[in-house]
Design a protein around this ligand. Structure first.
Ligand code: HEM
Length: 138
């Protein structure tokens, strides 16, 4: 598995741990009230699990497994850009909403996430090709 895939997947697992922990805290807080401020974790819970975990895990596996050009996985700089934008977006949108820092910050985070998707697609698009294009050594 290439380094970038390991990076995506390990980062995704980190978000899974935090996202589930925030969910468990909010769930506990519903049954046994601990502190009302725990509800502030909801946007982080959603952002971490939908984008930080799910999307990031998919990106990691897709970068690894999509067909290659012989040994090359194409332009890796756009995938690095995608990794940076995705994680900046998750943190900016999640923290912006959780700390009520304004809709502008949430929008900026969402735009960064959109940029991450576009950058990832630039790498993935040419790698989606029919089987006959894959050179099979005799
Ligand atoms: C991949 C897994 C998960 C995803 C994508 C996810 C996503 C979400 C979303 C979108 C909401 C907002 C729902 C709404 O406002 O109507 C939510 C709320 C919530 N989630 Fe999760 N969640 C996940 C796993 C979990 C887990 C494992 C727990 C608990 C251990 C949990 C606990 C909660 C709680 C307590 C709420 C607030 C419910 C309420 O408004 O009363 N979630 N989650």
């Amino acid at each position: 598995m290439p380094f970038l895939s390991r990076l995506f997947i390990r980062t995704a697992l980190g978000y899974l741990v935090f996202g589930f922990t925030f969910g468990a805290l909010m769930l506990t807080n519903k049954g046994v009230p601990i502190h009302p401020l725990l509800w502030r974790l909801l946007p982080l819970h959603i952002e971490f699990l939908f984008v930080g975990w799910t999307v990031q895990f998919v990106f990691g596996v897709a970068f690894w497994i999509l067909p290659r050009f012989n040994t090359s996985r194409g332009n890796e700089s756009v995938v690095w850009l995608s990794y940076a934008l995705l994680n900046a977006g998750v943190l900016v949108a999640g923290l912006g909403a959780a700390l009520a820092l304004g809709n502008g910050l949430v929008l900026a985070g969402r735009l960064a996430e959109l940029g991450a998707v576009v950058a990832f697609a630039i790498n993935a698009w040419p790698r989606i090709k029919p089987f006959r294009d894959v050179v099979i050594p005799k």
